[in-house]
Design a protein around this ligand. Structure first.
Ligand code: ZN
Length: 409
C-alpha cells in the first residue's frame, strides 16, 4: 500500500494507537467496512492489517501481519512493553460477544502470538483498562474494570453489577506476569474504583497509575462518573485512593463526568508527569468539547486547567490520544479518529441501539497538537494549535518544530 500515493484509512473508532520507536501502531477498532459477524474472510482481512504512522515521514502506511490476530477487535485494551504491543479482551462487533484472550504483536516481525486463549476461566469483557507495570524487578500487565457478560467465576473482592440489558460492569482486576505467563487475581486495599468501563487509565510511575471517568451503574442503568483514582501495584495487592473534591486546585475546577474520552501522560524533563484528557461523551451523551490538563499528579498538589483547543480536535469520542516526546522541550499530542455524534435508534420492542457517526473528514482523522515546554515556567504551555492530516501540514509542523528548537535552544 506504500508507494507514491498517500495512503489514508477511511475512519476508525474504539481503538488505541500506541507509540513504539518512531511510529504509531493502529490495529483494529470499529471501521466502516468491518462486518458485524463473529468471523469472516473480510473480518480476517481487516484484523490482519496494522496501519503505522511514521513521525519521520509523517505518512501512514498499511502492513499485513503474520499469525492469527484476535477477533475482539472493538474496545480492546492495549499497552506496550519494549517492542511488543499487548492486546487484551474486546468486543467482537456483534450481539454480546466479548473476549478475554491476551495476544501480543511483535512490532519487529509484525507477527501475532496468543498468550492466553479466549476461555471461560475469567470474565469476558471490553473497555477494560490495561497498563504494563513493574514492581521489584518483575514486569506485569495490570488489567482493571470493563463491561461484558456474567462470568462463571466471580471473585469476592470485586463487584459485578448487572445492567438492565443483562451486560455486567465490573471492577475486577488481574495481574499477568510477563516472565512466567501466569495470571493472578490480586487483593485490593483502600478506596477501590467502582465497577467501571470506558474510562481512561495511565501510568504515572513504574508501579503507579491514574484512572479517570467512565461509565458506572446506577439502579441498573449506565451513567457517567467524574471520579479520579490513583493506584499502586505492590506484590499481589493493588492499593486504591479516590481523590477528594477540593484536592484539585486551579480555576476551582473539578472535571465534569465523561466516558469514552482519551487521555495521555506527558513527561517533562524536570517536571512531574501531567495528564491530558481530550473529548468524550458527557452525562447526557453530549460531546465534551474540551482538553483538560491535570498537573502535579504525583505531588498531592493536584491542579486542573483547560487548554483551549478547537472543537475540530476535541469534539469526538472513541478516539485515541498518544503523547509523543519529540524533544526535551516538545511533546506532540496525536489524536486519531473517533466518532462525532451518538444517536439512539429504536430497533423495536422498546430497545434502543446506539448509532455512532464516524469522523471521516480527512482533515480531522489525524491531528497533531504541539505542546512546548517552557523552561522557566515549569509547566507545559499551550503554545500553538497545529492542524494536520493534510500530510504536507504535518511536514510543515516539523519544520516549525525545528525552528522552535533553535529558538528555545
Ligand atoms: Zn463473536
Amino acid at each position: 500500500m506504500s508507494g507514491q500515493s498517500i495512503y489514508q484509512f477511511k475512519a476508525r473508532a474504539n481503538h488505541s494507537a500506541p507509540v513504539i520507536g518512531g511510529s504509531l501502531y493502529l490495529w483494529g477498532g470499529d471501521q466502516p467496512d468491518l462486518p458485524e459477524v463473529h468471523d469472516s474472510p473480510q473480518k480476517r482481512k481487516l484484523t490482519s492489517t496494522v496501519e503505522t504512522f511514521s513521525f519521520s515521514s509523517a505518512r501512514w502506511s498499511s502492513h499485513l501481519t503474520r499469525g492469527t490476530p484476535p477477533l475482539g477487535v472493538n474496545g480492546y485494551s492495549c499497552t506496550t512493553f519494549r517492542s511488543n504491543i499487548y492486546y487484551y479482551a474486546g468486543w467482537c462487533g456483534h450481539d454480546n460477544c466479548f473476549y478475554n484472550s491476551l495476544n501480543v504483536l511483535n512490532t519487529l516481525t509484525m507477527s501475532w502470538t496468543q498468550l492466553h486463549p479466549n476461555d471461560e476461566s475469567r470474565m469476558k469483557k471490553a473497555s477494560v483498562g490495561m497498563l504494563s507495570m513493574e514492581f521489584e524487578g518483575t514486569d506485569y500487565l495490570f488489567m482493571v474494570g470493563g463491561l461484558g457478560t456474567t462470568p462463571a467465576v466471580k471473585h469476592p473482592q470485586f463487584q459485578y453489577d448487572q445492567l438492565k440489558d443483562r451486560r455486567v460492569l465490573t471492577n475486577e482486576q488481574l495481574l499477568y506476569n510477563l516472565s512466567n505467563g501466569q495470571f493472578t487475581i490480586p487483593s485490593v486495599t483502600g478506596q477501590c474504583c467502582l465497577p467501571t468501563s470506558e474510562f481512561t487509565i495511565n501510568k504515572i510511575s513504574q508501579n503507579k497509575g491514574i484512572l479517570f471517568g467512565g461509565a458506572v451503574t446506577n439502579d441498573g442503568l449506565a451513567t457517567t462518573t467524574n471520579k479520579v483514582y490513583i493506584f499502586n501495584v505492590t506484590h499481589n495487592t493493588i492499593h486504591w485512593e479516590s481523590l477528594k473534591k477540593g484536592s484539585i486546585s486551579g480555576e476551582g475546577l473539578w472535571p465534569k463526568e465523561r466516558y469514552n474520552h482519551a487521555s495521555a501522560i506527558i513527561n517533562g524533563d524536570s517536571t512531574s508527569p501531567a495528564l491530558v484528557v481530550i473529548g468524550g461523551l458527557g452525562n447526557k451523551n453530549q460531546l465534551m468539547n474540551e482538553c483538560l490538563l491535570f498537573d502535579d499528579i504525583t505531588t498531592g498538589q493536584f491542579s486542573c486547567k483547560k487548554i483551549p483547543l478547537p472543537e475540530s480536535v476535541t469534539g469526538r469520542y472513541f478516539h485515541s490520544l498518544t503523547a509523543v516526546t519529540m524533544s526535551p522541550h516538545c511533546v506532540w499530542l496525536v489524536i486519531v479518529g473517533g466518532c462525532e455524534e451518538l444517536l439512539w435508534k429504536d430497533v423495536g420492542g422498546g430497545v434502543e441501539k446506539p448509532m455512532h457517526t464516524f469522523i471521516t473528514d480527512t482533515n480531522r482523522l489525524t491531528m497533531i497538537y504541539e505542546l512546548i515546554y517552557i523552561e522557566a515556567a515549569d509547566k507545559f504551555h499551550d503554545n500553538e494549535t497545529v492542524k494536520s492530516e493534510k500530510l504536507e501540514e504535518v511536514l510543515k509542523v516539523q519544520a516549525q518544530l525545528q525552528e522552535k528548537q533553535i529558538i528555545t535552544g
